[in-house]
Design a protein around this ligand. Structure first.
Ligand code: ZN
Length: 199
């Protein structure tokens, strides 16, 4: 058994996605061995993260500014909203240089096994935004991973958002089933965006 402060940090690392007990132990041993310099570097970076990163009031992306650079950019098409699960999906789509609209980050997807789960994601915010936006919204694109969660979220949001004069689309199938928006290569993602399908 490790000393309590070591154990506590291991447990803190295990809470991070993708980090198991062995990796967490390796992180902590690395920090202990490298000493004060490495620990303060991490401390400063975490403090900076807390102090300077905000949630964009419009799209809920993490950004140094609110509204974020994309929402504040008048050259972008504010009539089209691409809805993504996570902020890193925006990075992947921006890399295609093929999309000029704005985004909405749900910060997760609906898990059909838990419950509707809609309160845990920014779904109500999207519905309000689609209704009350200053610039009338013409198209909403769902860009989710091809998974059960992605499918459930599309069905729920489509029902809530459906109205006259609003085009609702989804990425074309082309992303491998069970694959992800975040890790799709630019060509595949750009193709999926261009060939998006009506709902
Ligand atoms: Zn924004």
């Amino acid at each position: 058994m490790f000393a309590p402060p070591i154990q506590r940090l291991i447990e803190a690392f295990i809470r991070l996605p993708g980090v198991g007990p062995k990796t967490a132990e390796r992180f902590v041993m690395f920090l202990l061995k490298s000493g004060r310099g490495e620990v303060s570097r991490l401390e400063r970076a975490l403090e900076d993260l807390l102090q300077s990163v905000k949630s964009c009031e419009e799209c809920h992306n993490f950004s140094a500014l609110s509204p974020c650079e994309i929402c504040a950019d008048s050259r972008r098409d504010h009539t089209t909203i691409c809805v993504v699960a996570e902020p890193q999906d925006i990075i992947a789509i921006e890399k295609t240089h093929d999309y000029k609209g704005v985004y909405h980050v749900l910060r997760g997807l609906i898990d059909p096994l838990i419950d509707a789960g809609t309160h845990q994601i920014k779904a109500a915010e999207l519905i309000t935004r689609a209704k009350n936006s200053e610039t009338p919204i013409v198209e909403i694109i769902f860009a989710f991973d091809p998974t059960i969660e992605g499918e459930t979220t599309i069905q729920y949001l489509n029902k809530q958002l459906k109205r006259e004069n609003l085009k609702i689309t989804r990425l074309a199938t082309g992303l491998p089933s069970g694959g992800s928006v975040e890790y799709a290569d630019e060509v595949t993602l750009a193709g999926a965006l261009r060939a998006r399908q009506n709902l």
